[in-house]
Design a protein around this ligand. Sequence first.
Ligand SMILES: NC(=O)C1=CN([C@@H]2O[C@H](COP(=O)(O)OP(=O)(O)OC[C@H]3O[C@@H](n4cnc5c(N)ncnc54)[C@H](OP(=O)(O)O)[C@@H]3O)[C@@H](O)[C@H]2O)[C@@H](O)CC1
Ligand SMILES: [K+]
Length: 475
Amino acid sequence: MRYAHTVESVRRAEAALMATLPAGALMQRAAAGLAAVCIDVLGSVYGARVVVLVGSGDNGGDALYAAARLASRGAAVELVVLKPEAAHPDGLAAALRAGARRTDKPAWDGVDLLVDGVVGIGGRPGLRDPARTLIEDARAAGTYVVAVDVPSGVDVDGATLPEPHVTADITVTFGTHKPALLAAPAVRAAGWVQLVDIGLVPYLDEAGLESVESADVRAAYPLPSGESHKYTRGVVGVDAGSDRYAGAAELCVRGAQAGPAGMVRFGGPDSVAAEIVARRPEAVAGRGRVQAWVVGSGTADRADSALRAAAADEVPVVVDADALAYWRPGMVRGALLTPHAGELARMLDVERSVVEAAPLAYARQAAERLDATVLLKGSNTLIAERDRPTRVVSTGTPWLATAGAGDVLAGLAGSLLAAGLPARDAGSLAAWLHGAASRRAAEYGRPITAGDVAGAIPAATAAVLSAPATPAPWA
Ligand SMILES: NC(=O)C1=CN([C@@H]2O[C@H](COP(=O)(O)OP(=O)(O)OC[C@H]3O[C@@H](n4cnc5c(N)ncnc54)[C@H](OP(=O)(O)O)[C@@H]3O)[C@@H](O)[C@H]2O)[C@@H](O)CC1
Ligand SMILES: [K+]
């Protein structure tokens, strides 16, 4: 798991840690880590041209001390000090002493690296001039950008991405990740994120956001034992499809069959069931006892009755697609709702664009208001649950935006629920494996169908389960 903490939480931890250290020690740790990454990027430091944008807070201070380190290694460092009367005085003196020079208007041609020390966690979203123009000019010249702590201008806690903002190639962040470095859309501005340990971890409280990693999937995946039989592994019921959308039912069944449950029952209409059993003979047609239901993929005008029938079984339910419109808060305990942004927008009665601009906030709001675990599908998928850290999964490829991919995901999540995982873990693992399968199917760069994704889930699962064991961070 990679953890992200809010600004308030970082500030609290910083104060506690600082009380144990000599003045300035933390900034030196940050600056040393930042300079090390810059040196790596430059390869050869001597004679390299580095421009440093220096804001008026400690983010600028970090940048100045790193500038001093680069200048003392022989880099030609130019400092653009945005508000000279407010710049970190000791940092500025150190950089100038080491040979850095001040300028207001750098010539971007031939600059090897821009260090963005405009604002960090104390910044308000957006950029003002002259920082805005300088960043635009640097980008137009194709300058490589290293952001200090966060790309300046992003909404650090909300992970929204107001214009203008810095778009970095690398972000060097200190102590812990920030929500904007893990969640969309802000994560798109961060580039590759390098976390520098400054000793903050023992002082941090619980993370508000956590990014699911392969080790987490490995630790939580429900494995059969020698004593297992198909019923103890869990039976997942799929009520999906309609005469018009029979394909959705098959994709949902395929997703369910690619998960850990021992059996899939198909509880959809008879006309569809005949086709499903012919094409996926391992599925059993007809209703019966199940440990979890998947309802909604392609159910069209049956969605309401299908959801009510599943809810009557009092087992966890994956509520997908058409069934989402009929969800009522508290209808089923342990439910997992799997909307995309458009579906969530309808459920919350807002515009789709509003959800897309602030998915983290809306996923959390939905979990509260709808009284369920909410898996919001997107370029990175969020799994939100009341009073628990929100999860983010970013294994997917853009090729995953293809018809039927959601049906496969719902089926897989249902299988994980039936195998005994709680909704938040079932959603996290399903999204992670579905994303990993999509990458595998796309071979890192070709169009794929939802069927390709379903077909790649077992291999993606094998790859993650066969990797060397690591301690379970949240099992
Ligand atoms: N926490 C830690 O553990 C550690 C933290 N460290 C570092 O400290 C950083 C936080 O420093 P910080 O608190 O001084 O705030 P910071 O981000 O520099 O910005 C505030 C200044 O920016 C200004 N400003 C605001 N918005 C703006 C905008 N949109 N556009 C332009 N200007 C804007 C605002 O001025 P104002 O406009 O309000 O007059 C204010 O002066 C943190 O990110 C990390 O890098 C490390 O050294 C070590 C460990
Ligand atoms: K910054």
